[in-house]
Design a protein around this ligand. Structure first.
Ligand code: UDP
Length: 366
């Protein structure tokens, strides 16, 4: 089969690798001038580490199949994401765990923490929005400290106007475990993510800096299967209007110190601080040797056409719009397949992308 893959991100790369193993010929075209999509990393010699150019990417999964799969392409280090929160000049352990509860309330044991939380929460069996959900799980004090301001900046909307989904990913623990994720496997690839994508694409014909939308019919000509990983609304020329996305702006600075903040990720939860987090990339690679460090301030921003679509914003309106696009996409199947965070309009993590791509390729195999 001749396969055309639009987009050289993780979804496209896994598909290319799997389909090439079956003997199919894969041509991969990519709009940006590099492969890897948003997991693109590049080595910064001054700081002795890889830069996560489009924001922090920490690989984590509960699936042994997906973990073993990724480990075929890279060795992973033992990085565990342990975020700190800066709020009004104070620093807190995060996600909320017993140490956070000690810092905020002075409680020292799981039992005391449980009692303190029980006294604080506002019971609600059917929370109508993120604020109500948070107040029913962690109470208003913790909600205001950690969630309200950050979420307002991240999504450009007050948590009262948002569904609770996005925060449900965050654990709340009454132990001192401050791991950001509950998954069994976690790490950062030694050598960066771009090297993984390169290996996955080995054997494919890859062209970067080309625009599929400029000549869709031309690119698709002769392809038995088209795997499209770009935004689904762009594929249809936004015929029903644009889907809602959230974008990001990154400000990178090389700082003359070997360690700027002592951690890879520090979240800033005050609404008055314009950025949401500061990343210090050398901590991802666990190498603090160099006398220079690279830090990135992450600023969420509204998305307009032409910006990178970082987060799909799923709400009732965008859900309905997406359904219309998907209804137009369905009849194109099986020749045209829509996949990945933008093709499926889902807030996927990397392991979910890999899982979905493997499932699709299993399906192609039949
Ligand atoms: N969140 C928050 N405060 C924080 C971190 C996260 O309120 O300090 C909320 C926010 O709504 C965010 C969601 O939790 O969008 C998910 O956070 P996560 O760090 O998983 O998001 P990502 O890394 O995908 O941007």
């Amino acid at each position: 089969m001749q396969v055309l893959i639009v987009g050289a991100g993780l979804y496209g790369a896994v598909c290319a690798h799997e389909l090439m193993r079956e003997g199919h010929a894969c041509r991969v075209i990519e709009k940006r001038d590099h492969i890897g999509g948003n997991i693109f990393t590049r080595y910064v010699p001054e700081a002795g580490c890889h830069e996560h150019v489009y924001g922090a990417h920490i690989f984590h999964t509960n699936s042994k199949r997906i973990w073993d799969y990724m480990n075929r392409f890279a060795e992973f280090n033992h990085y565990v994401n342990r975020v700190k929160v800066s709020q009004d000049d104070a620093l807190y352990s995060f996600p909320i765990n017993l140490f956070t509860l000690y810092q905020v309330f002075g409680v020292r044991t799981p039992e005391a923490a449980r009692e303190r939380l029980a006294a604080d929460i506002v019971p609600n069996d059917a929370p109508a929005n993120m604020e109500e959900y948070c107040c029913s799980v962690i109470g208003p004090t913790l909600y205001r400290l950690f969630i309200e301001g950050y979420t307002l900046k991240q999504w450009g909307r007050h948590p009262r106007e948002l569904p609770a989904d996005a925060v449900k990913r965050l654990p709340v623990r009454l132990t001192f475990d401050d791991n950001y994720f509950n998954d069994r496997y976690q790490g950062i690839p030694v050598g960066g993510y771009t090297a993984i994508i390169e290996k996955m694409l080995d054997g494919a014909s890859v062209e970067t800096g080309v625009d599929f939308h400029a000549d869709r019919a031309g690119w698709m000509q002769g392809a038995d299967l088209v795997i499209y990983t770009g935004p689904i609304d762009a594929f249809f020329d936004y015929r029903y209007g644009v889907l809602e996305y959230r974008s990001l702006r990154f400000e990178r600075t090389l700082v003359e110190t070997n360690d700027f903040q002592g951690n890879a990720v520090v979240n800033y939860t005050d609404a008055s601080v314009p950025f949401t987090r500061i990343l210090e990339h050398k901590h991802f690679d666990m190498n603090l040797k160099e006398p220079v460090t690279l830090v990135t301030h992450e600023y969420p921003q509204a998305w307009t056409k032409g910006d990178i679509e970082y987060y799909p914003v799923r709400n009732e309106d965008s859900e309905a719009l997406f359904t219309r696009y998907r209804d137009d996409a369905d009849p194109l199947s099986p020749r045209v397949h829509f996949g990945g965070r933008l093709g499926e309009y889902r807030y996927y993590d990397m392991h979910q992308v890999v899982g979905a791509a493997l499932a699709f390729c299993d399906n192609v195999r039949g």
